[in-house]
Write a new protein. Structure first.
Length: 203
């Protein structure tokens, strides 16, 4: 009986230890990594005139991107939300800010402001943007599909354009994907700058 009791007691202790280890493991979660889009390095050469005030926005983003989690695509119709890989700010605000920073090195804009405008003013040229897609596949391509209009101070449409941009991620992780998306915004900024140049502004 003593041997039996000892065996039972040892089994109980082992089961308790295993349960405690399981609970300890459940209490831990993977750390969350945060990412941001970055603007391209500015050129030393200042853009030539003529200079005008330029406003960027409103920028419209699809609802599926209105979240902190980085959104990527899977096979077929599947989408993936990265629970532990997130944007440090809302994708729309991050996109608008980095686009504006890129434009600052491409056009002579004085001043260059983002929507909503400062009280009492309206820019000479306004860039209204509608983003239809801004995502990708980890380790593969990032894609930006966007349309934009250039308006004058009275709200008249001077130009309308639409384009799709692709950039291959340089690595297999979310950091490389965010870097590829940053390069997409840089490409987009160059096209926006060209639209502005074609409507009264220097480059």
């Amino acid at each position: 009986m003593s041997t039996t009791n000892s065996t039972v007691r040892n089994a109980a202790v082992a089961a308790l230890a295993a349960g405690l280890l399981l609970l300890a493991g459940c209490g831990k979660s993977a750390p969350t990594h945060f990412y941001s889009l970055n603007a391209a390095a500015k050129s030393e050469a200042a853009p030539a005139g003529p200079c005008m005030s330029v406003g960027v926005g409103p920028v419209d983003f699809p609802a599926y991107l209105d979240r902190a989690q980085i959104v990527t695509r899977g096979g077929g119709n599947r989408m993936h939300l990265a629970e532990f890989d997130q944007w440090i700010e809302t994708p729309r605000e991050n996109f608008q800010r980095v686009l504006t920073e890129n434009l600052a090195g491409l056009v002579c804009a004085k001043p260059l402001v983002t929507y909503p405008w400062p009280t009492g003013g309206h820019p000479d040229r306004q860039v209204v943007i509608q983003v239809a897609r801004f995502d990708g596949v980890v380790g593969q391509d990032a894609v930006l599909r966007a349309s934009w209009s250039v308006l004058d101070v009275d709200g008249n449409n001077l130009a309308w354009n639409s384009n799709e941009y692709r950039e291959t991620a340089a690595g297999p992780d979310y950091d490389a994907l965010a870097a590829a998306q940053s390069r997409l915004v840089e490409k987009f900024a160059k096209d926006v700058a060209a639209s502005l140049a074609g409507n009264g502004m220097g480059k």
